[in-house]
Design a binder for this molecule. Structure first.
Ligand code: FES
Ligand code: FES
Length: 156
């Protein structure tokens, strides 16, 4: 066990934790931020997606010791115009089914819209290809991303 400092959603936390522990478990077990989900544990499904310094990463595959100098943002703390537009579009399209994959989907969608404000189909497919959904909500996710992009153009 080591004492590590971890900044999550703007708050600095001190954790007694093995530095090799995946960031996902630091978030869920130590900080009780359970919005970030465990799916595969092997960087294959996207359920555990969070931002590290604004970029989407698979928190199941990131040792917590590698992010001690970084700003970590989870689904509980993500803010900004893209996040607000995605949230509205997800609700309007009634995107989730069981919901398990959705925080990861939403984090990836926000990252996409920050990088490409008006993504085409290929952009969406590429950005979202690492986020799996066992309920196959893919078409609603695509539609919601396009809705959010249009909303962001109309209300800059
Ligand atoms: S749980 Fe991290 S990618 Fe699947
Ligand atoms: S909504 Fe059920 S896994 Fe995606």
């Amino acid at each position: 066990m080591t004492a590590l400092a971890l900044k999550v959603n703007g708050t600095l936390h001190r954790l007694e934790i093995d530095g090799e522990t995946p960031l996902l478990w630091a978030l869920r077990d130590h900080l009780k931020l359970t919005g970030t989900k465990f799916g595969c544990g092997a960087a294959l499904c996207g359920a555990c997606t969070v931002f590290v310094d604004g970029s989407p990463v698979r928190s199941c595959a990131r040792p917590v010791s590698s992010v001690t100098e970084a700003e970590v943002t989870t689904i509980e703390g993500v803010t900004g115009r893209e996040a607000a537009a995605v949230q509205r579009a997800w609700i309007a399209r009634d995107v989730p089914q069981c919901g398990y994959c959705q925080s990861g989907q939403i984090m990836s969608a926000i990252a996409l819209l920050k990088a490409k404000p008006m993504p085409n189909e290929a952009d969406v497919d590429e950005a979202m290809s690492g986020n799996l959904c066992r309920c196959a909500t893919y078409q609603r996710i695509r539609d919601a991303i396009h809705d959010a992009a249009i909303a962001l153009q109309v209300q800059p």
